[in-house]
Design a binder for this molecule. Sequence first.
Ligand code: CA2
Length: 148
Amino acid sequence: MPSIHVLNGPNLNLLGSREPAIYGSVTLAEIEAGLRARATALGVDLVFRQSNHEGDLVTWIQAAGAAGEPVILNAGAYTHTSIAIADAIKGSGARVIEVHLSNVHARESFRHKSFISPVAEGVILGFGPLSYDLALEALTSGAQRKKS
Ligand code: CA2
């Protein structure tokens, strides 16, 4: 069964506990459970991970790229800072859909910059947990990879 890697960056483990006005009240475990149910129905295996450490995300992206398996990536605040994550995507050839719970463009200007968007296949943001579901849909609907 093919695997889809769902990788979550720093502080996403705090979802549901603080800042509900921005991120809602759903926990990361609840996002995982909902996504797993959808994935099972679609016949795909999910590898769902979260780390507060940039290097973990780099390692996981490299591994997904080497395995030829796609990634749904919410890199959290590393989105706005991490050349290392962008390099891992580009260098490993990983197919990546960038997701965000919030509409980062409606927030502080430092969140408007993404180092990931230029190396991602697509970006889905602002739909809360549904952003993850839409990314899964994009990866499983037969949408063609855009060559860059
Ligand atoms: O909207 C998103 O999904 C973000 O990737 C979430 C990140 C933020 O830094 C990005 O700009 C946009 C933050 C992760 C969650 O942070 C929390 C902090 C406190 C309480 C709950 C979540």
